[in-house]
Design a protein around this ligand. Structure first.
Ligand code: NAG
Ligand code: NAG
Ligand code: NAG
Ligand code: NAG
Ligand code: CA
Ligand code: CA
Length: 965
């Protein structure tokens, strides 16, 4: 707490703060807007499905998920918001980029950054990608939000966003010429009147100049950003105009700037939601019940039985789960063979997935090892982060060189990998060709399956080895529990194995307590909190409710008894054990580091391995309970050789900052313990424990990239500069750059890095000219020290053809009839419009309506325009008709019928109406005028949607401010 207090006393770098203080940070602004738009998207989905929806009384992640009927999605939602918010915060690393922060009157490039980014992320969502859209969102939201802090928009008296910041075709206003003076000196410290009156009166846009140079680089008479470390504010005209915090030059306007930034963020998210569709928008944010079902399957000649088992399991899952809450949210299939692998197939349609699985035919493969890690790499980058991935094979990996890449991706995505490795039981011989005969005689040696075991351990999964005849049973056993939201209570790996006693705490929120053990010949005794004992193999006790022993996997389900359990393991062999349960209480953690170049102690997320031997700071968010609190956070070595305990500082909203002493280069997981006081009948609060699945290792090597460009045109080559540094010993570091698309990449094989120093290298990634727009490319750059210490950086890029369709669809009113009387239920109204995308447009892809519960119909004309008609009772007086073109430009027009005291009919003179973007109202106002002159009954005014909790949100914002003071 003290640390934070101290931090907030330091002046910040640029833009809204990215650390917590009384002022609003970029993360808070983003958080509030995401919660807001998520709620609206959920309401739209509920309305479309005819289910009920209630706005929560207070807006928090938990209340939003509850309203969305997606409580189980807490971790996915947190993870998604985290990706967006941390990318947003990271933009302050580019603090000299004028376009990223709307500094130096660089409005043209700042706006282009936003609209280009929107094009790219819309295309990416359309292709079903999960990572790139969120990174891009975080990036452009930073710039959008800074507009309101760094320009004079707020000083002009605006209390609404500049909606044209997200429109390609409309101007954001008149920008001050380079020769136009915009500011005068502040009077001492008083900067409340330093913007020239004529600039404000004529509504001319200007923004503060920012510079670290000791020489004056500011054009004559221009405003400065102001406040440390901006040096330009020391030159005439002195002082600045930024509204970054309450203490800034224009700090009096900070609150307004932040609240308009929230609205602008909502507006941009709404535009994305309209382009993507409500469901796809929610899926991108992880707010969809159900988990991904992700299979990576060896399709070489000997896999016939395995593929058959996968087929049966899939059919089972689909039959049992479709239509229920446990239906997979998305289905992913990645075949691999040798030499081929992929493509990744991703669908939300269960039947399509079934067909893809049914179409798998075992063939070829040549020699024994296959391209397993290539397949896994594709799955890790294509599945939503935090997924469970099941890999089926009967062979070793030919592509072991990808081991460190795949490990890096596991750490980044926190996905869990289960390997289902089969062998022929010896009785059966495959017919077909001699090679299959030869393959079928083989069985993986321990050394060959070690790669899979290591990856299973790193991810918190299991490497299950069974005969082909046992595969179905084993798969069912592993899938059954893990397809629902489970948490890990305890996870250990012992290699070499030895006898050991383990304890674990079961809290009252836990159900479906399950133990997985992989190993051979182990024997164990369970002791329940009440002292009851049962041997693992015994069938006559009451602790074990069901068990499946198949191959090297033992799955044991326990009765849930609250308290401390003991498991006494007796073995001499290596084993791994994982105890899972279903419970809403979970946690989300990430390491933090100071933002380079920041003078205010801003902390940003560590996106790779944390630094070995250095103190570490971690953010932990407790999920699933308003009343639980954390009491212990430790990093536990997977080998069982020790742990380090952190010091916890509680923040607001279930968030904690944890400080650790020097962290070792050992594989570890995060263990948290806490108390849940949910039960009132209990005199002492119940203790709970949770453990992270993914294990992490610290590294003395650091790899970073300052690459700003993440969009590549087909046929183009992107040069990515990266920096390798080490605080360990120096020497020749091995460099590996791999990508999941097999695009060609040129990079230095080694880099000389002196001890305690750094070296810059470049990767040249070339995108084939026939690559489709929206293709996501995950580039992993790794550096390995001579001593074998590896760190990495993972970049998510997208392929995007230049978008030439700049115009949103237009709306032409064909007819408008109403006969609304006092008793609205006795009367109805109707509107009909023609929607088109112009001759140079990409064409309308989707038409839908928002607000209003009338009947909506569409039809196509011969020239591919859409005719939309809407008919509703006069009790439902407003409709917004929305059209989206093929590149995601969103146009909408709103019609409102007013109930007149005497019945009136309307004329239906066709009027050409330019569709406004869902949120702009400049053109809308003009049409309103023309339409209200023809009739007093019907107007196109955009009405505030019924039940919009804008007051609630304001309350939420106020609450934020209060709590933070
Ligand atoms: C919340 O989102 C809705 C639509 O999604 C928007 O109309 C409203 O202005 C937003 N509220 C704020 C405070 O941004
Ligand atoms: C585990 O606990 C039992 C019973 O207390 C004890 O007999 C045994 O020695 C312990 N095993 C180990 C490895 O500590
Ligand atoms: C989990 O537990 C609930 C009740 O405690 C039970 O209905 C459900 O079938 C269990 N799920 C599994 C996969 O066993
Ligand atoms: C690491 O943290 C300890 C206290 O936990 C502190 O005494 C020490 O100075 C820190 N070291 C560094 C390098 O910050
Ligand atoms: Ca092969
Ligand atoms: Ca268009």
């Amino acid at each position: 707490m003290l640390l934070l207090l101290l931090l907030s006393l330091f002046p910040r770098v640029i833009g809204f703060k990215i650390i917590r203080s009384s002022s609003f940070s970029h993360q808070e602004i983003t958080e509030i807007a995401i919660l807001n738009v998520t709620l609206h998207a959920c309401r739209a989905v509920a309305e479309a499905e005819g289910s009920s929806f209630a706005f929560p009384a207070s807006i928090t992640s938990r209340s939003v998920l509850a309203a969305c009927s997606a409580r189980e999605s807490a971790k996915d939602f947190e993870r998604s918001k985290s990706i967006i918010k941390r990318t947003n915060a990271f933009m302050d690393a580019f603090f000299l980029s004028t376009r990223r922060h709307f500094d130096n009157e660089n409005f043209v490039e700042g706006k282009r950054l936003i609209t280009d980014g929107l094009d790219a992320l819309k295309e990416s969502i359309k292709k079903g990608n999960f990572v790139f859209p969120k990174l891009k969102l975080g990036e452009i939201l930073h710039t959008l939000q800074d507009f309101f802090s760094h320009s004079n928009w707020i000083e002009m008296g605006n209390d609404k966003p500049n909606s044209n910041l997200i429109s390609k075709e409309d101007s954001i206003g008149t920008i001050a010429d380079i020769g136009r003076q915009t500011c005068r000196n502040c009077v001492g410290n008083d900067c409340s009147n330093n913007i020239l009156e004529d600039i404000l009166r004529e509504r001319i846009l200007t923004s503060g100049y920012f510079s670290l140079s000791p020489f004056n680089s500011k054009p004559k008479g221009k405003c400065s950003h102001g406040d440390v470390p901006d040096v330009s504010a020391l030159f005439e005209p002195k002082g600045g105009i930024n509204k970054d915090t309450f203490e800034s030059s224009h700090g009096a306007l900070h609150g307004r700037a932040a609240s308009v930034a929230v609205m602008a963020t909502s507006e941009l998210l709404d535009d994305v939601r309209n382009a993507a569709g409500d469901k796809e928008f929610l899926r991108m944010l992880g707010v969809i019940p159900g988990k991904a079902l992700c299979f990576v399957i060896d399709t070489t000649g000997s896999m016939g039985d395995d593929i058959e088992a996968v087929r049966m399991v899939t059919a089972e899952i689909i039959n049992r789960r479709v239509g229920t809450k446990n239906e997979p949210s998305v289905y992913i299939l990645v075949p691999f063979n040798d030499p081929g692998f992929g493509p990744l197939m991703r669908t939300t349609n269960a039947d399509e997935f079934k067909r893809a699985i049914n179409a798998l035919r075992p063939f070829g493969g040549g020699d024994f090892p296959e391209m397993a890690l290539h397949g896994l790499q594709l799955a890790l980058t294509g599945a939503p982060p935090g997924s469970e991935i099941y890999l089926f094979t009967d062979a070793s990996a030919k592509d072991v060189h990808l081991l460190s890449t795949v490990t890096a991706l596991i750490e980044r995505t926190e996905s869990v990998v289960y390997f289902l490795i089969t062998s022929f039981s010896g009785f059966r011989r495959r017919r077909s060709n001699a090679l299959d005969q030869q393959r079928s005689a083989l069985r993986l040696t321990d050394a060959q399956s070690q790669v899979y075991k290591d990856l299973a351990v790193a991810s918190g999964g299991q490497a299950v080895e069974v005969t082909k005849a046992q595969l179905l049973e084993a798969t069912n056993s592993v899938l059954e529990i893990s397809l629902t939201t489970v948490v890990t209570l305890l996870q250990v790996v012992r290699d070499p194995g030895k006898s050991e006693n383990f304890t674990f705490t079961v809290d009252e929120t836990v159900t479906n307590l399950t133990i997985y053990i992989t190993g051979t010949n182990e024997d164990f005794t369970l002791v329940s909190p009440s002292g009851e004992k049962q041997e693992g193999a015994a069938t006559n006790g009451s602790l074990i409710t069901s068990r499946v022993f198949v191959g090297n996997l033992r799955t044991v389900m326990l009765k849930t008894e609250v308290g401390q359990w003991e498991l006494r393991m007796r073995t001499a062999n290596a084993f791994s054990m994982k105890i899972t349960a279903q419970t809403p209480i979970d946690f989300f953690s990430s390491f933090l580091q100071p933002l380079e170049g920041s003078s205010d102690g801003s902390l940003i997320a560590v996106e790779n391995r944390p630094t070995a031997g250095a103190n570490a700071t971690m953010s932990v968010i407790l999920l699933g309970s308003d009343t639980a609190n954390l009491t212990e956070v430790s990093l536990v070595y997977l080998s069982g050789s020790g742990q380090i305990n952190g010091t916890i500082a509680s923040q607001e909203n279930g968030e904690y900052l944890v400080h650790f002493g020097p962290i070792p280069s050992e594989q570890f997981t995060v263990v948290v313990k806490g108390q849940s006081s949910s039960s009132l009948t209990r005199s002492t609060p119940a203790t709970f424990q949770r453990q992270s699945t993914t294990s992490v290792k610290a590294s003395a090597v650091a790899v970073t990239t300052g690459e700003e460009n993440t969009v590549i045109e087909p046929g183009a080559t992107l040069s990515v500069n990266f920096t390798v540094s080490t605080n360990g010993s120096g020497g020749a570091f091995t460099i590996r750059a791999t990508n999941d698309r097999g695009f060609s990449a040129a990079f230095p094989g080694t880099l000389q890095v002196p001890s305690g120093n750094s070296t810059v290298g470049t990767v040249q990634l070339t995108v084939p000219s026939d690559s489709e727009s929206g293709t996501e490319v995950t580039l992993t750059i790794e550096a390995e020290s001579p001593g074998g210490d590896v760190n990495y950086v993972v970049l998510s890029l997208t392929v995007q053809k230049k978008v030439t369709d700049l115009n949103r669809p237009v709306c032409e009113r064909l007819s408008l009839q109403g006969n609304c009387s006092d008793v609205c239920s006795n009367s109805s109204w109707q509107v009909s419009v023609r929607l088109s995308d112009g001759v140079n447009g990409t064409g309308i892809e989707r038409v839908f309506h928002r607000q209003g519960n009338g009947t909506f119909n569409t039809s196509l004309t011969a020239d591919n325009d859409t005719i939309a008609t809407y008919e509703a009772s006069c009790c439902s007086p407003t409709v917004e008709i929305v059209a989206v073109d093929a590149v995601g430009n969103v146009g909408s027009c709103t019609f409102t019928v007013r109930v007149a005291s005497s019945p009136a009919t309307t004329t239906a003179a066709p009027t050409n109406t330019t569709m406004t973007s869902a949120t702009t109202n400049t053109t809308m106002t003009t049409t309103t005028t023309s339409m209200t002159t023809t009739t007093t009954v019907i107007s196109t005014t955009s009405m505030a949607p019924k039940g919009t909790p804008s007051s609630l949100l304001c309350a939420a914002i106020a609450l934020f401010a209060l709590q933070l003071k």
